[in-house]
Design a protein around this ligand. Structure first.
Ligand SMILES: [Zn+2]
Length: 111
């Protein structure tokens, strides 16, 4: 018997499976490039990713997998977080300023 929670769970994991490779590609791009080539928002993200990777490192492969799953899950929630912040009249989160930012141009060129 399939319940609605099963369906929600399935959609959730499919979303993560869909996001994970994109998150990985983005992380490998922003962590391997020179931070000078990134905009402020992406430089912040880079620092966070490196910091997190450092914490998860102690768990080895399991930690790396967990970090990717959490990162992918977070990028699924992002549109909702943005929308709710707007709804409550809060300042929106910093996003990539695009333009000459490598996370934008490099990501586009690789796609
Ligand atoms: Zn950027």
């Amino acid at each position: 018997m399939i319940t609605s929670w099963d369906v929600i769970g399935l959609v959730y994991w499919l979303g993560i499976a869909y996001q994970a490779p994109r998150v990985l590609k983005r992380w490998s791009l922003i962590t391997s490039c020179d931070p000078i080539q990134l905009c402020d928002a992406c430089r912040d993200e880079r620092r966070e990713v490196i910091h997190e990777a450092d914490q998860y490192e102690v768990w080895g492969v399991f930690g790396a997998a967990l970090m990717v799953v959490l990162g992918a899950a977070r990028s699924c929630y992002k549109p909702f977080i943005r929308a709710s912040r707007r709804a409550f009249g809060k300042e929106s989160l910093p996003t990539c300023s695009k333009g000459s930012c490598l996370a934008y141009t490099g990501g586009k060129a690789a796609a």
